[in-house]
Structure formats: structure tokens, C-alpha cells
Design a protein around this ligand. Structure first.
Ligand code: ADP
Length: 263
């Protein structure tokens, strides 16, 4: 339990385009608690709710709050707002001091970051235009086959490679609307659902890999964001990039942790 007057307990909020994440850290910077809300349609209210819950559950008097993510400016109680790039870099380095690159894939965007030897951001690239290279396409594809995103990777046997010779089922559209109609086309041609979904993972990996190339990503490379839980996509990214990709601890919370550490 926190001391009543201890303001060094810090809360980082990552008000993302798809979900809201909150991390409470103690004066030493260790994670004490984490909260996730899958939907983030009202970021201001979500921020208030999360801070109130952390405060009550841990008997805090006035914890300082920092916010990142697309809805960060709506967190009225935040004394600092910080970009997602800086926060993912900071959060990953705190958990993995050897990290030299980060790939973050969330619900609506993807980011590649190359770090310098001290953990500073040396270069970054971001895709927030083309949803076919983000978790959004996985959400759409999972729904089409009555699966949850959490079930997708196992459904593909955690392996993005086609079981048929020559990987003949491919999705090439760079826009998720057209990619979705390609997916419907594959299904109409009798393509097995597993093959269609593997093709979805390969298509996303081909988009994301462009970001890794743009920043000349190097190992050790850590994967953050909600999509990091998808092993099939991780394998597809490794295959396309030739780089080993490690899933960061608390991958979906890396940005929120980074925000808290900036206080
Ligand atoms: P944002 O910060 O943009 O809101 P997140 O980093 O929170 O995004 O990631 C949200 C995305 O993570 C969702 O679009 C979903 O596709 C994916 N996701 C969430 N949970 C899982 C899971 N258990 N397995 C695979 N993917 C997941």
C-alpha cells in the first residue's frame, strides 16, 4: 500500500485507438498494477475511471499521471502527454535493456523504432494510413470466420506458411476494404478458412516489414502492442524480415509503462 503523501507512485495511461491501457508504478519504477479496457470510445471517461480505480485500490493520495496514445490530450488529469514512439521506446528499454529496435502493432497503426545505445529514439517509421498493415485487419478477418483475435494464431497453428504448394493464396490489397473483399473472394473460391487466415497474416507482415526496412531495424528487436500476442504474425514478420523477434514483457502495456516512467 502506498503512503498517503507519496506522490512518486506514478500512473501511465495509453489511450489507444482501440483499447485503453493503464500502468501503476512504485517509486522505484516497478510495475504494481495494470488495467486494460478493450474499447476506448470515450477516452476522457476511461482515463478518469482508470486513475480512480488505481487510486482507490492502492490507497494513493495524489499519484502523478502521464498519458500517451491517440486520445492522450483528453486525459485532463495528466501532467504530461508524450508521443507513443517515445513511450514504447522507454517502456521496452526499461523491461529489456538490450533492446535496439521495437515493432509496435496496435489496432489502427504500426510503428517501427530503432534505438541508440542509450535507448534514445534514433529513427522511427509509422503507418496509420493503411489499416491492412495493422490489427484492424486481424479484427475484421477474425469476425468473418467467427473467431476472436485471441483465437486466430492457434487456428493457423502459429504458422503463417501455406500448407498448399507455392503459397498460392495471397492478399495483395493495401487498403483493408479491398483486402476484405479479396478475403471474401478467396472464401468464395473454396479456399479453406485456415489458408485464407494465413494469407491475412502474410499480407499484414508484408506491410509491416516496410517500416522495419525504413528504420534499418536491428536485433534485439522487441514486439509490442496488442498484436504481439499473435504468434502467427510474429513468425510471418520473422520470415519476411530475417530478424529474430522477441515478444516484449507486458507487450500491450509497454507504451503506458513508458509514459509513467517519464514522470
Ligand atoms: P491501440 O494502442 O492502437 O489501441 P493495442 O496495442 O491495444 O492498440 O492493440 C489492439 C489490437 O490488439 C486489437 O486490434 C487486436 O487485434 C489485438 N489483440 C488484442 N488482444 C489480442 C490477443 N489476445 N491476441 C491477438 N491479438 C490481440
Amino acid at each position: 500500500m502506498a503512503n498517503e503523501t507519496d506522490s512518486r507512485w506514478r500512473i501511465g495511461l495509453d489511450l489507444g485507438s482501440t483499447s485503453a491501457k493503464g500502468v501503476l508504478i512504485d517509486p522505484e519504477g516497478a510495475i504494481v498494477a495494470m488495467k486494460l479496457e478493450q474499447a476506448n470510445t470515450a477516452p476522457a471517461e476511461t482515463a478518469d475511471r482508470m486513475v480512480a480505480a488505481f487510486t482507490n485500490e492502492h490507497n494513493l493520495s495524489s499519484p502523478s499521471v502521464a498519458a500517451t496514445g491517440y486520445g492522450r490530450s483528453l486525459a485532463g488529469m495528466a501532467v504530461r502527454t508524450i508521443t507513443e514512439i517515445s513511450c514504447h521506446a522507454r517502456g521496452v528499454r526499461a523491461m529489456h535493456p538490450d533492446a535496439r529496435s521495437v515493432i509496435d502493432i496496435g489496432g489502427q497503426d504500426a510503428k517501427a523504432i530503432r534505438l541508440d545505445a542509450n535507448g534514445g529514439v534514433e529513427d522511427f517509421a509509422m503507418n496509420d494510413r493503411c489499416a491492412a498493415g495493422t490489427g484492424c485487419f486481424l479484427d475484421v478477418a477474425a469476425k468473418k470466420f467467427n473467431l476472436t483475435v485471441a483465437e486466430l494464431s492457434a487456428f493457423c497453428d502459429h504458422n503463417p506458411l501455406s500448407e498448399s504448394a507455392g503459397n498460392s493464396f495471397e492478399i495483395s490489397s493495401t487498403c483493408v476494404v479491398f483486402a476484405e473483399s479479396e478475403l471474401i473472394g478467396l472464401t468464395a473460391k473454396g479456399t479453406p478458412p485456415k489458408e485464407s487466415l494465413k494469407a491475412v497474416h502474410r499480407a499484414i507482415a508484408r506491410r509491416v516489414i516496410l517500416l522495419l526496412k525504413q528504420v534499418s531495424a536491428v536485433e534485439p528487436l522487441y514486439f509490442t502492442g496488442g498484436v504481439a500476442a499473435n504468434g502467427t504474425l510474429r513468425h510471418a514478420l520473422e520470415k519476411e524480415s530475417g530478424l529474430a523477434i522477441r515478444v516484449a514483457d507486458h507487450a500491450q502495456f509497454a507504451g503506458a509503462l513508458g509514459a509513467a516512467l517519464f514522470l
